[in-house]
Design a binder for this molecule. Structure first.
Ligand SMILES: Cc1cc2nc3c(=O)[nH]c(=O)nc-3n(C[C@H](O)[C@H](O)[C@H](O)COP(=O)(O)O)c2cc1C
Ligand code: SF4
Length: 470
């Protein structure tokens, strides 16, 4: 039975949630079997993180729960900044109660001192729904002694990166810290490798490494259903190594952009039809990207199954199952330029090869797209792509390398044609699918991002990159 996460009509109150098949039963079962068996059940279910990396959730919980530290924390990542992705917001709009129940179960299983849910401050509708749900569930006594804090964060892409997310929760800018949350968690003051954490513990709380679990909204939303119905039920859907369902987003060159929950293992082509209404009339799909984080999937792999191993087998990654579709009218050089520019602007600059390298690559793609590029530009771009990840603190630099390299490899003829013609052979806009809203078959992209500068300020109008900016 697919379709348990996204109800056909939104769940409007806690009473309505309790009246659903499983509302409240997951927490009841977790309480009966205890923390250790709860983690074992999640491990047995094979649930993998839905935030992009696909890390096994049970293993993540067990790792933090087994650490002897006095304090542990739990963070729900609701930053949802990956272009082409809207599924967490869809889940929060449709049923925030299952997320809160999943959070309370995780907090109980890992025995944490506090739980946080972090969303962008601009997600006003989702914040309203979530705040009301937490209040109702607290009033009903469901949250017990688990303190739940809702944090409103900035619009920056890096806010969703887990090491930057912890910084934001501590009141700082979204600059990824050095160590991962399970080693250096919230409000940690431990000294690691001669480096002292700068986070201040809350008043009256002593310091420590405070290992922290970070899980995505969709990951935690699965948890109460797994506890209520059992790991075998969950494994009856999806594939051996990617069980369950996935809430996928489909935008770009499609008839009706949208979000749909499908079983893992569903062919990508079918997901594009189900969630996005298929390609536009008389057009052929040319390329699909899972966000800006993975290499391109080309048309010959359109029947790849939505599963981590299947996507890896075709040289890509499932990511957060947010798919940006391009048809035969799109220019792949322009697509690569948009993606590279986004990553350049959003790079925080703590690692010079990432900021400088993604800027140099963007500049070259801009020249090639405008018809003024040369073979030297291609060679320099390839050189920068080799270096862009040197000393990288986070995965953003790897995204730049993977995405741009994959376009150059898959579409060399399109690059060469720009050089031959001295202009773009397919001049049409291919705006970056950074979603501001997605409803009723209509996707609204962020119109401000083209004005965002690499230092995260905004100019009055979109500006092209020049050598002086680097
Ligand atoms: C640049 C960047 C941005 C990210 N943005 C998000 C995001 O918006 N939401 C999210 O859940 N994970 C995001 N991630 C992944 C998180 O770092 C982390 O892996 C995830 O929240 C873990 O949860 P999961 O195990 O439940 O997937 C991002 C990663 C990177 C490198
Ligand atoms: S790799 Fe890039 S985005 Fe990540 S911390 Fe370094 S400079 Fe910032």
């Amino acid at each position: 039975m697919a379709g348990f996460l996204l109800p056909p009509v939104p769940v409007r109150s806690f009473d309505e949630y309790l009246a659903t098949d499983t509302g409240g039963l997951g927490l009841q079962r977790a309480t009966e079997i205890g923390p250790r068996a709860t983690i074992e059940e999640i491990t047995r279910s094979g649930l993998r993180g839905r935030g992009g990396g696909g890390f096994p959730t049970g293993r993540k919980w067990a790792g933090v729960a087994s650490q002897a530290d006095e304090r542990r924390y739990l963070v729900c990542n609701g930053a949802e900044g990956e272009p082409g992705t809207f599924k967490d917001r869809a889940l929060l709009r449709a049923n925030p109660y299952q997320l809160v129940e999943g959070l309370v179960i995780a907090a109980f299983a890992v025995d944490v001192s506090g739980a946080f849910i972090a969303l962008k401050a601009s997600f006003t509708e989702e914040l309203e729904r979530l705040t009301a749900a937490v209040q109702e569930m607290q009033a009903a006594g469901i949250c017990r002694d688990c303190t739940i804090t809702i944090v409103r964060g900035p619009d920056e892409y890096l806010f969703g990166e887990e090491k930057a997310l912890l910084e934001v929760i501590e009141g700082k800018s979204p600059l990824p810290r050095l160590f991962p949350p399970h080693e250096h968690g919230l409000f940690a003051t431990d000294v690691h490798s001669g480096w002292e954490g700068s986070g201040r513990p809350p008043a009256g709380v002593a310091g420590g490494a405070n290992p922290t679990v970070v899980n995505n909204v969709e990951t935690l939303s699965n948890v109460p259903h797994i506890l209520a119905r059992g790991a075998d039920w969950f494994r009856s859907m999806g594939t051996e190594r990617s069980p369950g369902t996935v809430v996928c987003t489909v935008v770009g060159d499609v008839a009706r952009p949208g979000v749909a929950e499908v079983e893992l293992g569903t062919p990508l082509r079918e997901a594009i039809d189900l969630a996005g209404g298929g390609p536009l009339p008389d057009r052929q799909v040319k390329a699909v990207f899972s966000g800006v984080a993975n290499p391109v999937v080309t048309v010959e792999h359109l029947d790849v199954a939505l599963a981590h191993d299947a996507f890896e087998a075709v040289g890509s990654g499932l990511g957060a199952a947010g798919f940006i579709v391009f048809d035969d009218t799109a220019c792949m050089v322009e697509v690569a330029r948009q993606f590279s520019r986004f990553l350049y602007v959003e790079s925080c600059g703590q690692c010079p090869p990432c900021k400088r390298g993604s800027g140099e690559v963007t500049l070259r793609l801009q020249r090639i797209e405008a018809g003024t590029g040369t073979e030297d530009d291609i060679a320099e771009m390839v050189g920068w792509l080799d270096k862009v990840t040197d000393g990288n603190r986070c995965y953003l630099a790897v995204e730049e390398q993977l995405v741009v390299r994959s376009v150059l490899t898959a579409f060399p003829d399109e690059v060469a044609r720009h050089l031959e013609l001295g202009r773009c052979p397919r001049p049409r806009p291919a705006p970056l699918a950074k979603l501001v809203d997605l409803r009723d078959g209509h996707a609204t992209y962020d119109e401000d991002h083209p004005r965002k500068r690499p230092d995260w300020t905004y100019s009055d109008r979109p500006e092209l990159l020049t050598e002086h900016d680097l």
